[in-house]
Design a protein around this ligand. Structure first.
Ligand SMILES: *[C@@H]1O[C@H](CO)[C@@H](O)[C@H](O)[C@H]1NC(C)=O
Ligand SMILES: *[C@@H]1O[C@H](CO)[C@@H](O)[C@H](O)[C@H]1NC(C)=O
Ligand SMILES: *[C@@H]1O[C@H](CO)[C@@H](O)[C@H](O)[C@H]1NC(C)=O
Length: 675
């Protein structure tokens, strides 16, 4: 009998590598179907051993080899063909060549792509696709489909959120899978600063270039069409890995068009920064334009404080304008901050402000139930808009030119509402907790008070799309940050009733599903403007944890910085010394130092003695009782207020630039200018 069995198997070129004991049992019982995925063509020796060992003692049932022949020899030729044998046991011979277990596909952003599953075999069951353990076939996603029956996955208009790993396996054969690594390249997008400048001989000039792209673009410069490398002189140097041309002592012959070129595998982009070297006496057009740019309405901080609004030029620390509480709105009788009955001093109360395309600033006046509109060109308050009671937080969604407003309803946040629209008139009522984070393309997330759920909304229609449960992770979300690299949301959870905090939960924005927890990382997440760093601040254990996110969407191990500063707010700033890098400045809610961290190296520095912040209880509007506000992509200056003054930091030299006195509770700050 055993000989027959062996001949039987060998004659069918039995090709299973990992046969399981269950099979042997079933074989003798002739009962259930056999599922076997073939990995190789080797005859398995262990298999026979198993049969000899286990099989001989079997209590053989009434099904015999003869029955096998009898019932499955469909053509009655008294032989079992290979096909008949497979049919008898429902065997699928599936295979995946070793060299295709991992397959890398690189696409350029905006293109569409097809991922084809390399698992083949006769009667292959349908192919299932997964991303971050989520089954994609059943999700009905708009941009990811499994059209037809060839088992391929189609991704239309690939974005950087789509990067990452996709796996395919035949239905029922989870263990036999192929991994597709989808890499997304982005052609460079370049910006130079300034676009043009006029300088007098002997002065320093700096021309800066910023390029984003995946992989990180290489930068080079031409002057009037000639490669600048061959012209380097003592005065002219390339800094920050070539992203800046620095001329320490300009001469007339430095006048020229400087072209910055950014190149990577996906493409090339370039832009021109012009330098005019001429005597100030000569009123050329360039000279006039430059002066206007330097002294005009742009490149100012607007600080909103008790005694109105101050417009501050950070380079020279000059106050350009002071709008007083009693000042009237343009052509109206209304005042900027009308006195409430019972008050003796006319004071302003502000809580949040946004810059609308460098044309207007919208700022909330929570105790007046309104938003004030400041015109940037005329530097005047021009209009007010009534809102729900206690308007507290504004967010400007650039891509839809919409302003979102969160109002508390009362001081205890009992009747919160969210209003949206350019005019802030139409309203849709939702209860929500503290922040509305409408980022990235068409969707936003709303966090409700005391609910372990993220509510996804469509920004265009201002309607709910989906509710994503965080129940399993016992996480009531309190803040969220997003990176476009891999499309992750990092969700910070509120401490539970015992004071314990769950680690951050990571969400995949492609599938809107929870991937898992972010290691043991707790605290408020911040993501750098390029999406490449996640910085988490946990005040309880005094840790700042920095995680790189690779341009392939991998979240890396954290490195930790210990600080007892009780960080209130963070601002990212582009590095002045290294290309494609950011630094971070953190303000302290309780102490007087500012923390500076170079993200690429983890180098830390303190900027000391910046006086104390407005006390938390004097700042009920948010947990940030001391903001830190930067000045855009090329900005050199940052602002952080103390209780009675405002400090301007120089982010190039990482030191204090100046203090401007007599600004009480100036904790709402907006940057207007090159951003
Ligand atoms: C994708 O899989 C590869 C190889 O298994 C792994 O090294 C990489 O970290 C994964 N990428 C992501 C984004 O998880
Ligand atoms: C940029 O320059 C810094 C400092 O000189 C150096 O450490 C770093 O490796 C350079 N980075 C690149 C991308 O070349
Ligand atoms: C999500 O939750 C909100 C508020 O609880 C509810 O109004 C809405 O109908 C839910 N949306 C979906 C799509 O389930």
């Amino acid at each position: 009998c055993w000989n027959i069995l062996q001949i039987f198997f060998i004659s069918f070129y039995w090709t299973c590598e990992k046969l399981i004991i269950d099979f042997c049992l079933e074989f003798f019982c002739c009962c259930q179907s056999l599922l076997c995925a073939a990995h190789s063509t080797k005859v398995s020796h262990t298999f026979f051993k198993v049969i000899k060992h286990e099989g001989l003692s079997l209590d053989v049932s009434d099904c015999t080899l003869f029955d096998l022949l009898k019932y499955n020899d469909v053509n009655d030729d008294e032989h079992l063909t290979k096909e008949e044998f497979y049919t008898a046991f429902d065997v699928n011979l599936l295979s995946l060549p070793d060299d295709q277990k991992v397959s890398v596909t690189t696409v350029t952003v905006g293109e569409s792509t097809v991922l084809t599953c390399a698992i083949t075999g006769e009667r292959r069951p349908s192919i299932l696709w997964k991303r971050n353990h989520q089954n994609l076939n059943s999700l009905n996603l708009e941009d990811i489909n499994d059209f037809g029956d060839d088992g391929s996955l189609y991704i239309t208009k690939v974005t950087t959120t789509h990067m990452g790993n996709y796996s395919c396996h035949p239905d029922g054969y989870e263990k036999l899978f192929q991994t597709h690594i989808l890499q997304v390249n982005v052609p460079p997008v370049i910006r130079v600063y300034p676009e043009s400048q006029a300088r007098e001989p002997g002065i320093t000039a700096s021309l800066r270039c910023h390029a984003e792209g995946i992989p990180s673009p290489q930068l080079s410069w031409l002057k009037n069409g000639m490669d600048i490398k061959v012209k380097l002189s003592k005065q002219l140097t390339l800094q920050a890995n070539g992203s800046e041309v620095h001329i320490s002592n300009v001469h007339f012959e430095d006048t020229g068009a400087y072209t910055c070129i950014a190149k990577n595998e996906a493409g090339v982009d370039e832009d021109i920064s012009s330098l005019f070297v001429e005597d100030s006496a000569r009123k050329t057009l360039a000279n006039i334009l430059w002066r206007e740019e330097g002294l005009g309405i742009g490149n100012m901080f607007y600080v909103f404080y008790d005694d109105g609004i101050k417009v501050i030029q950070p380079v020279a620390c000059e106050i350009q304008r002071h709008i007083k509480p009693s000042e009237k709105l343009l052509a109206l009788q209304e005042e900027v901050c009308p006195m409430s009955p019972g008050e003796t001093v006319q004071k302003c109360v502000w809580s949040s402000a946004v810059n609308i395309k460098d044309k207007f600033i919208y700022v909330t006046q929570p105790t007046l139930d309104r938003v004030l509109v400041v015109d940037i060109q005329s530097q005047k308050a021009v209009q007010t808009v009534s809102t729900d009671p206690y308007p507290v937080k504004l967010h400007y969604d650039k891509s839809h030119d919409q302003v979102w407003l969160l109002s508390w309803g009362d001081m205890d946040k009992n009747f919160p509402t969210l209003q949206v629209s350019q005019q802030l008139t139409s309203c849709f009522n939702v209860k929500l907790f503290i922040s509305c984070l409408p980022f990235y393309y068409r969707f936003g997330l709303i966090l409700h008070k005391n609910e372990p759920v993220l509510h996804k909304i469509n920004l265009e229609t201002a309607s709910y799309v989906k509710n994503i449960s965080l129940w399993e992770y016992n996480c009531i979300p309190s803040s969220v940050a997003f990176t476009h690299l891999g499309g992750y949301y990092f969700v910070n959870c509120k401490p539970d009733s015992t004071g314990a905090t769950q680690p951050q939960v990571i969400l995949d924005s492609v599938t809107d599903s929870v991937i898992g927890q972010n290691q043991d990382i707790t605290g408020t997440p911040y993501v750098s403007p390029d999406g490449r760093y996640l910085v988490t601040v946990d005040d309880d254990d005094g840790l700042m944890r920095i995680q790189r996110i690779s341009e392939r969407g991998e979240i890396q191990e954290p490195f930790d910085i210990h600080t007892n500063l009780h960080l209130s707010d963070l601002a990212f700033q582009r590095s002045f010394t290294e290309v494609h890098q950011y630094n971070v400045f953190g303000s302290s809610g309780r102490q007087t130092d500012v923390l500076f961290v170079e993200l690429s190296s983890g180098k830390v520095k303190m900027i000391k003695s910046l006086k104390e912040a407005t006390k938390s209880f004097d700042w009920p509007w948010s947990t940030k009782n001391r903001v830190m506000v930067g000045s855009g992509l090329f900005g050199q200056y940052l602002v952080t207020p103390s209780r009675e003054s405002v400090f301007i930091l120089d982010g190039r030299l990482n030191k204090l630039n100046c203090e401007i006195m007599d600004i009480l509770k100036g904790n709402v700050v907006v940057w207007v200018g090159e951003s």
